[in-house]
Design a binder for this molecule. Structure first.
Ligand SMILES: CC(C)(COP(=O)(O)OP(=O)(O)OC[C@H]1O[C@@H](n2cnc3c(N)ncnc32)[C@H](O)[C@@H]1OP(=O)(O)O)[C@@H](O)C(=O)NCCC(=O)NCCS
Length: 162
């Protein structure tokens, strides 16, 4: 399954395509709460520069998903900016992306845990992480762009020692 997918470091030429992944202000908020909709190359390049290990998933020459690591602390790698192209969703692309990010975290940083954070209104994201075995360990109250209460759910996945 999904043997046609490739995982590699992001390139400058990928950025315009990644900017189209968030279809709405709400989707962009889910993957980059501080960004302004629509995402543009400048905002994305700034996020990439502030983070590490930005990676894409490709099918052929098409970029289909994006993620990176925004923090490393006490054996945990924090994965963020997770997004899949709208036309590639529900095909196992995010599953593949997160499996590859876990392999990267183990191999490069000897991480014992992967962490992600997901807003309570993001049903697809929560079901994705739940399906992959992540479990919630903390809730954080935030205000969204309309100053309405929203909950950021912090989840983790232990990584097998290699
Ligand atoms: C959330 C997101 C990354 C999922 O990407 P995806 O490639 O469609 O996910 P996958 O196909 O790998 O799904 C794996 C599993 O997650 C769950 N899942 C993913 N999307 C789902 C949806 N829309 N509804 C219900 N379950 C869903 C399912 O269990 C799915 O397995 P199945 O298809 O065998 O039932 C994608 O919808 C997205 O980019 N959303 C906008 C940005 C965002 O929310 N990013 C996450 C920030 S925390």
């Amino acid at each position: 399954m999904n043997t046609d997918l490739a995982f590699r470091p992001v390139r400058d030429a990928d950025l315009p395509s990644i900017c189209t992944f968030a279809r709405s202000a709400e989707e962009l908020y889910f993957l980059a709460p501080r960004a302004r909709f629509p995402l543009d190359v400048d905002q994305l390049a700034t996020s990439i520069a502030q983070r590490s290990d930005s990676r894409v998933v490709c099918r052929g020459d098409q970029v289909r998903a994006f993620a990176n690591i925004y923090k490393r602390e006490q054996g945990a790698c924090y994965v963020g900016n997770v997004a899949v192209a709208p036309q590639a969703r529900r095909q196992g692309v995010a599953r593949f992306l997160m499996q590859q990010m876990a392999r990267l975290a183990s191999a490069r940083y000897a991480a014992s845990e992967l962490r992600v954070s997901c807003f309570n209104r993001n049903t697809a994201g929560l079901l994705l992480y739940s399906r992959l075995g992540y479990t919630p360990f903390a809730l954080e109250e935030r205000l969204d762009g309309q100053q309405q209460p929203i909950v950021l759910i912090h989840l983790r996945l232990p990584l097998a020692a290699t």
